[in-house]
Design a protein. Structure first.
Length: 172
C-alpha cells in the first residue's frame, strides 16, 4: 500500500491534492493510533488489536474528512509532515557521516524542519505543494520498499535504540 500510494503522491500529488491529502491524513490518523497503542504495549491481546484498529479507522476517517473540507489546513499539514521527514533525513545523514546519534538532535531537527516547512507551505501554497508532495510521496515509497528489502531502520526503531543508550548501527 505504501509503495503504490507513495508513487501516486510523488507523481500526481498536486494534481489530485484534495484526494491524496485526504488519503494521506487518513493513513496518518490510523497509524498514529496504532503507533501509540504499540508504544504503550496495548496491542498484546487479539481483542485489543481489533479495538485499536477500529479506533484507528475512526481517527483516520476523521483526519481524512478534516483535510478534505479544510484545504488550507491540508496544505500546512503536508508542509509540517514534509519537514518532519526532512528532519529525519538530515538526522540520518548526520548519524551516517559522524556516528553522533543523540535523541535530542533528532527531535530538534524534526521540530525545526517541521515548523519551517509548515510556514513555507502557508506562505508559498501552490509552489510548495509540488515540492512537498514529491518529498512525502518519495519517502512513503521508499519506506514501503524497506518492508520488502529491509535494512533501513524506521524512525521508531532509531528512537528506541538511542533512548536505550545503544549505538545506532548503520554498517549495512
Amino acid at each position: 500500500m505504501l509503495v503504490v500510494f507513495g508513487v501516486i503522491m510523488a507523481i500526481f500529488g498536486r494534481a489530485f491534492f484534495i484526494w491524496t491529502m485526504s488519503a494521506f491524513a487518513g493513513l496518518v490518523g490510523f497509524m498514529a493510533v496504532i503507533y501509540f497503542a504499540s508504544i504503550f504495549g496495548w496491542l498484546q491481546a487479539t481483542w485489543a488489536i481489533v479495538v485499536f484498529c477500529i479506533v484507528g479507522v475512526c481517527a483516520g476517517l476523521a483526519a481524512a474528512a478534516l483535510m478534505y473540507y479544510f484545504i488550507p489546513i491540508a496544505a500546512v499539514f503536508l508542509g509540517v509532515v514534509a519537514g518532519l521527514f526532512m528532519g529525519g533525513l538530515i538526522f540520518s545523514l548526520i548519524v551516517g557521516m559522524s556516528g553522533y546519534d543523540a535523541l535530542w538532535l533528532l527531535l530538534v531537527l524534526s521540530l525545526v524542519c517541521g515548523l519551517l516547512s509548515g510556514w513555507l507551505s502557508w506562505s508559498y501554497k501552490l509552489g510548495y505543494l509540488s515540492f512537498a508532495t514529491a518529498i512525502v510521496g518519495g519517502y512513503i515509497f521508499m519506506r514501503g520498499l524497506t518492508f520488502f528489502f529491509g535494512g533501513f531502520p524506521s524512525e521508531m526503531e532509531m528512537i528506541e535504540v538511542i533512548s536505550n543508550g545503544e549505538h545506532l548501527d548503520l554498517s549495512w
